[in-house]
Design a binder for this molecule. Structure first.
Ligand code: PEP
Length: 253
C-alpha cells in the first residue's frame, strides 16, 4: 500500500508567532498512523524555526520552491542544498501560482525537479489545467506536456523518489473542488502514462489531489484508488482543518 501524504502549502502567509503556533498544534494532533504522513511547507523565513520545532516528531518538512541552480550569482534564489541543510525533505515545484505569476515554464519546472533530487529532496511536481483548458477538452494534453518535460529531462526512474500533485487551477483557492470522479479520472491518466513507461515506478508513486480540499470533502477524494492524499493550501493554515483532512486519510487505511 502506498499510504497517504497530506501536505500543507502555507504559501506567503503567517509570522514567526503564527508559524510556531500552527506547527505546535499540528505536532500535537498528528495521527499516529504509519500510513498517513503529514508535511508542512512554510515560507522560507520560517523553515528553520519550524525545523527546530519538528525535531523528533513524525511531521515532515518541505519548501515551496527551489532554484534550478546549484549556487552562485542568483540574487534572491535559494539552493536545494540550503533547504536540505535546514531539514527539508520535500519541495513543491511547478505550483500553478509560480507557473502563472512567475513565468515558470515546464522546462524550468523540470530543472527544479532535478535540482531538488540532486540535493537529496523529494520534489512534489504540480500539474493541472485551467478552466478554459478543461472546457476546451485539453486537460490531458496540458498534463501530458507538464509531465513530459520532466520525463524527458529526468527519466521515468526519477519518479521512484517523487510525488505528483494534480491541482486543477480552477479549484485552487476558489472553493470549487473537482468531484472525486473528475480527480480520479485525471489521476488514473497520470498513473497510466507512467505505467506505459515503467509499471512498478507507476505503482509506487504517490499522486496527491490539490484544490479546495477540506475536512468534509477529503474522504470522498482520498477513497479513490489513484488518489494518495492532498496538497492543501487554505485549509493547511488552521490546524483543526488540516488535522481533519489527515483524519479523513486515517479512516481509509
Ligand atoms: C494549493 O495552493 O496548492 C491549494 C491546493 O490551495 P487550496 O487548498 O487553498 O485550494
Amino acid at each position: 500500500m502506498r499510504g497517504y501524504l497530506v501536505a500543507g502549502n502555507w504559501k506567503m502567509n503567517g509570522s514567526t508567532a503564527a508559524s510556531a503556533e500552527l506547527v505546535d498544534r499540528i505536532i500535537a494532533g498528528a495521527p499516529a498512523s504509519e500510513l498517513v504522513e503529514l508535511l508542512v511547507c512554510p515560507p522560507f523565513p520560517y523553515i528553520s524555526q519550524v525545523a527546530d520545532k519538528l525535531g523528533g516528531s513524525k511531521v515532515r518538512l518541505g519548501a515551496q520552491n527551489v532554484s534550478e541552480h546549484e549556487s552562485g550569482a542568483f540574487t534572491g534564489e535559494t539552493a536545494g542544498s540550503m533547504l536540505r541543510e535546514l531539514g527539508c525533505e520535500y519541495v513543491i515545484v511547478g505550483h500553478s501560482e509560480r507557473r502563472a505569476l512567475m513565468g515558470e515554464t515546464s522546462l524550468i519546472v523540470a530543472l527544479k525537479f532535478q535540482a531538488a533530487q540532486q540535493a537529496g529532496m523529494t520534489p512534489i511536481l504540480c500539474v493541472g489545467e485551467t478552466l478554459e483548458q478543461r472546457e476546451a477538452g485539453q486537460t490531458e494534453a496540458v498534463i501530458d506536456e507538464q509531465l513530459q518535460a520532466v520525463l524527458e529531462l529526468a527519466g521515468i526512474e526519477a519518479f521512484n523518489s517523487a510525488v505528483i500533485a494534480y491541482e486543477p487551477v480552477w479549484a485552487i483557492g476558489t472553493g470549487m473542488t473537482a468531484t472525486p470522479e473528475q480527480a480520479q479520472d485525471v489521476h488514473r491518466h497520470i498513473r497510466a502514462t507512467l505505467e506505459s513507461l515503467h509499471e512498478s515506478v507507476a505503482e509506487g508513486v504517490k499522486i496527491l489531489y490539490g484544490g479546495s480540499v477540506k475536512g468534509d470533502n477529503a474522504g470522498g477524494l482520498f477513497s479513490n484508488p489513484d488518489i494518495d492524499g492532498g496538497l492543501i493550501g487554505g485549509a493547511s493554515l488552521k490546524s483543526t482543518d488540516f488535522l481533519a483532512i489527515a483524519q479523513a486519510a486515517v479512516e481509509l487505511v
